[in-house]
Every structure is written in structure tokens, then in C-alpha cells.
Write a protein that binds this ligand. Structure first.
Ligand SMILES: [Fe+2]
Ligand SMILES: [Fe+2]
Length: 257
């Protein structure tokens, strides 16, 4: 595994520097992502520095850095958990075979659909929550909200990486479309109904972290078993961040007792 070069635009542990085509595709997508963040990300947050954790590696003993950062300057990186060359598929028709490092043609359409659907939820929740910063009950809640928002942004990056790396031109088109659909939009809504609902107040947000994030955890846990190994490895690492999203639900409930 490569060490991470912090001077790179996109922090990663996937040897991005050695794949110029992929790097260029991602660097092309990045400005559109920032544009999306400015447009429909957390409202009136642009000029504020926020104390945030940033994933910088997958080392369980120290995977994150903490510091003040303006959210649009957050370093959305790409991290896969370490691979196991011997990993096998544990269920289904392919049980016992080696996990796939590339997408088999026969499962391409389904895998793309799964990755796009997962990817679509990540920016959708940021859009749903964009007004909440204006009415945060406390600084503590505000920081938790923004932490979740930037990490959902990173989860979008995680899925876009897979689309760019493994799905060629239609993967790139899907990556663009992930920035074009919008939560609640009449003409071009997000894929799943729950992500088109309004999150008008903090009670709705806590319910979101209580139920939807929990559902998301099981969804990610299922994807972490995927026969497509890069998907399994990236979702395993996403679960590390997701633990905090569920903690927000639990701790908010505890504090209100
Ligand atoms: Fe997420
Ligand atoms: Fe989450």
C-alpha cells in the first residue's frame, strides 16, 4: 500500500498518482463537486472554520486528523481498507471463488446500480440538512452536523472513485449525474424516497440519524461483504466514520433524558 502524499489534491491510499487517467478524471470531477457543495451544501457556512476530523489513512490506531478547516477546503480523500489477496466470496452462486478485483461483465449493470444508489444517498442527505446549521441548538450539535455533512461528502467520493475506476465512460456519466439529481427536486429527484423528504428541523434530523443512518449502517455492512472486493473494502472504511453518525443519535437522546 502506498503512503499518502499530503500535497496531492486528493488524499488517497489507492495509488492515484500511478493512474494518470483516473487521476485526471477525478481532478475533473472535483471542481463540479465543490460547485455542488457551494450551491446546496450547508447554508451560510462558507466563511467559517469548523473543528473537524479528516480521514487521512485506514490505520485503526490513528486514521484521522483533527483541526479547524473551512468546509469547502476539507480534504475529501479516497481510502480502501487493506485487501486480502485470498479473500473468497462467502455466499451465492459464486461461493468459494476468489473475490473479484474487477467487475465481471455479467454483473456489471447490477453492481453499477448498487454503487450509484449508495452514492446518491450521500450528497442527498447533505442537501436535506443544509438549513439546519441556522437553527442549531448548540455549538456541539452544529459541529456534529457539519462533521456528518463532510463525511457524507467523502462517502460520495468513495463511490465516485469506484465508478471512475471500474465503469469507464458510463461510470463517469453516473458520477456527473450524482451531482445533478437533487433532494426533493420535482424533475430530477434523488433515487430513494427517504432522501427526498424534507428535514425541516432538528427533531427530524435526530430521527434521521436514529432510523435512516441505522438503516444505512446495515446497508453498508451488506456492501462490506460484496464479492466485488473494492466495494467491500471502501464500505468497510466508511463504516468507521458512520459509527459517529449513529453516536450523534444516541448521545442526543441521552442528553435529553
Ligand atoms: Fe454516508
Ligand atoms: Fe452517515
Amino acid at each position: 500500500m502506498s503512503s499518502i502524499n499530503y500535497s496531492e489534491k486528493i488524499p488517497n491510499n489507492v495509488n492515484l498518482a500511478e493512474d494518470r487517467t483516473l487521476q485526471r478524471a477525478l481532478e475533473g470531477w472535483q471542481p463540479n463537486f465543490i460547485h455542488w457543495w457551494d450551491d446546496v451544501g450547508p447554508e451560510r457556512s462558507t466563511n467559517h472554520e469548523v473543528y473537524l476530523r479528516t480521514a487521512v489513512s485506514v490505520d485503526p490506531s490513528g486514521w484521522a486528523q483533527f483541526g479547524h478547516v473551512k468546509m469547502r477546503d476539507y480534504r475529501w480523500g479516497i481510502f480502501l481498507n487493506p485487501g486480502d489477496a485470498e479473500r473468497q466470496i462467502h455466499f451465492g452462486d459464486h461461493k468459494g471463488e476468489k473475490a473479484w478485483q474487477d467487475v465481471p461483465g455479467e454483473h456489471r449493470a447490477n453492481l453499477r446500480r448498487i454503487i450509484v444508489t449508495q452514492g446518491d444517498t450521500e450528497p442527498a442527505s447533505v442537501e436535506q440538512q443544509r438549513h439546519l446549521g441556522l437553527t442549531a441548538p448548540s455549538m456541539y450539535d452544529l459541529r456534529n452536523l457539519f462533521q456528518i455533512n463532510v463525511e457524507e461528502g467523502r462517502h460520495l467520493w468513495a463511490m465516485v472513485y469506484l465508478l471512475h475506476k471500474h465503469f469507464g465512460r458510463d461510470g463517469r456519466e453516473e458520477a456527473e449525474a450524482l451531482l445533478q439529481r437533487q433532494s426533493g427536486d420535482v424533475d430530477n429527484p434523488r433515487i430513494l424516497g427517504a432522501f427526498n423528504e424534507k428535514t425541516p428541523d432538528w427533531l427530524a434530523f435526530f430521527m434521521f440519524t436514529y432510523f435512516t443512518d441505522r438503516d444505512g449502517k446495515f446497508q453498508l455492512s451488506a456492501l462490506a461483504e460484496s464479492a466485488f472486493d473494492p466495494l467491500a473494502r471502501t464500505t468497510k472504511f466508511m463504516l468507521t466514520e458512520e459509527a459517529h453518525h449513529m453516536f450523534v443519535r444516541a448521545c442526543c437522546r441521552a442528553r435529553r433524558r
